[in-house]
Design a protein around this ligand. Sequence first.
Ligand code: AKG
Ligand code: FE2
Length: 406
Amino acid sequence: MGNSPSDGSEDGGCDDLTTVYNEIIPCPVGGTLPIEEPMPDVSADVSLASNANMMFSPALKSPSLGTSGSAFSPVRRTRKRSKKALAISSSSSSSSSSLVSPPLQHQQPQPQAPLGHPPRSKPKPKPKPKPKSKSIFGFNQHDENVDPNSNSASSSHPPPIQTSGTVSYVCHDDEDNPQTSSCDAKTINGTKCYIIDAKTGCFVFQLLTPEECRSLIQSAESHVQSSAGGSGWRKLYTYTKMDLPMQDLANAGVVDEQGQNIKESLMRRICSVVASYYGCSASALRPRTWKEPHFLKYSTDVAPPHCGVEMHYDGCNITWNLMLSDETDYDGGGTYIRCLRKTVKLLQGQVLIHPGELFHKGVDITRGTRYLAVCFVDGHDPEIQDISSSKGNHELWEKNTVTYFS
Ligand SMILES: O=C(O)CCC(=O)C(=O)O
Ligand SMILES: [Fe+2]
């Protein structure tokens, strides 16, 4: 964790994980390199939208010897924010109930400091204030009946999504009282998606079985401990300490039982749901860099412990987080989404989708080990601008946890 803790405030105290990381990365073969290193584009594989419910059998071959590094030519990408975005803020009321959705502000993005900032150690030229946008694009959330290119996005209200019933979920208020509630659901490719918040495009769905999750954890762990993988968990991003690009497994020849590349298989399955939900083409969606997707491990049992990540935004278009651990493996944890004032606690095998512009944090675990697979995805901008405030009782709101049961 190179940087000092950040609260993600509007005054610039926030972090764009991908931007920050894009400065220096430990090179797979040692040393450091500026990134990004071009890698084979897997987007073509994503175009084959597959059923997200299909059986994933990552009974993996043991890692074979293979190069986990190559010569990379550094290419910098500059982060750009959409000028036309739906501005999302925290609720102005101080409701502490996770049942209450914060109202949206459909307002013109004001010239303001960018939500992300470059690493403090490397001053960068001040970004020019953004011109005021005349029109506000609504949340570009489509269902099958909505034309993604229609002008409805410019209305002051996001188009309603077509839901297919409701599902129950359990939330704990800030005093830890469990309550059952229900939310809208939408079935995509036979997959039930729990809609956490339609306005921002945050949703959850079940992807993997516990067995599949355990198998993925085991392949990651055996890779970092094997003489082939060797180098242990890597530090890919500013606020994380134990990461592993899935590409490392591919480089070591690790595939699933069908002989498929794990990262491509996950991308294909998850992006087919994401694309249908957001109304874009699955083939447009691609991992932001070769490091995506990556495994992320938190543990209280390492020295020093790595328990969570600070408030930040990912800086990509859309992020997916796949929970690999069983909920009994750890206490605490979850993904706190600032504008929603709630912490999403995924069950094993569930995926959380959220726009990469939303401020969020990995809530600290207080016991055990929590594994995720995470991917920063580009290729479709949901045009959500998070203007929620760092001020307010986020410590309290963080305790509003929501869990979606099948
Ligand atoms: O730990 C979590 O739930 C979130 C992780 C995260 O935000 C990230 O890796 O970018
Ligand atoms: Fe993140």
